[in-house]
Ligand binder design. Structure first.
Ligand SMILES: Cc1ncc(COP(=O)(O)O)c(C=O)c1O
Length: 236
């Protein structure tokens, strides 16, 4: 099915608030720039894999390609949800999770990050738009989700003096009072900064006090130096 929008047709007015995707902005900034051939380029563009796909993944994919003929169920297979729950239990040392009610596979974390704002934000009857707190710099879907859900993003800057962690202690009380959703990204993109236990404690205490939801984007949780994996929102 395809839709075309006639001039004058009502569309969500929040769409006008969305910014161009950063990689599109970068592409335009790079056009006409000739890199110095004396230096090896370090791409700060879209984070495409730079290494070959591990053989076991290719094997699993090719052996299961026939499965693409079936639509997956929205909730995902029991086997997948059980495997995810077991991984979470091992990784975070949490008591047994219920794969039927506590795990929902998504088609990339971006889908969940976008959808959560629509589940959480309630702008009905508000005199001022609700706020979605985001780190800055940030993964752009946080901002788009906030606007399209009828909220406004409020950015908390990464602080060079804190090794690029955000300083939430500077957020005024009247801002916290309007926050309905807080996106956290630890390890952060693009800074790599991770939240300490004290940071997590402080933010959960604020969530209880001001009654907002924390969406913990931990898509880089398994990229770390050394033997201690970074803390996450789940107990550890
Ligand atoms: C911070 C962050 N969150 C989420 C995503 C989305 O990842 P995916 O939808 O591939 O899981 C990205 C991808 O670049 C990201 O950098």
């Amino acid at each position: 099915m395809s839709h075309s929008v006639n001039p004058g047709t009502a569309v969500n007015p929040q769409l006008a608030k969305l910014h161009p995707y950063p990689f599109e902005k970068l592409r335009q900034l790079f056009s006409g720039v000739t890199p110095n051939p004396d230096h090896r380029a370090i791409s700060l563009g879209i984070g495409e894999p730079k290494h070959p796909t591990p053989a076991f993944i290719l094997t699993a994919l090719t052996h299961n390609v026939h499965g693409l003929a079936n639509y997956p169920s929205t909730i995902g297979s029991d086997k997948l949800r059980t495997a995810i729950a077991s991984w979470l239990e091992r990784r975070y040392g949490v008591p047994a999770l219920d794969p039927a009610t506590q795990v929902l596979p998504v088609n990339g974390s971006r889908e969940a990050l976008f959808g959560i704002a629509h589940c959480v934000i309630d702008a009905t009857g508000a005199t001022e738009p609700p706020l979605v707190l985001c780190p800055n710099p940030f993964y752009q879907i946080y901002e788009g989700a906030a606007y399209l859900a009828g909220a406004e993003p409020y950015f908390v800057n990464s602080e060079p003096s804190r090794n690029f962690a955000c300083d939430y202690s500077g957020v005024p009380d009247d801002v916290w009072a309007r926050v309905q959703l807080l996106y956290l990204c630890s390890p952060g993109n693009p800074t790599g900064a991770t939240l300490s236990l004290d940071d997590w404690r402080q933010l959960f205490a604020l969530a209880d006090r001001y009654n907002f939801v924390i969406a913990a984007d931990e898509c880089y949780s398994e990229i770390y130096h050394g033997s201690a994996p970074p803390l996450g929102a789940l107990p550890w």
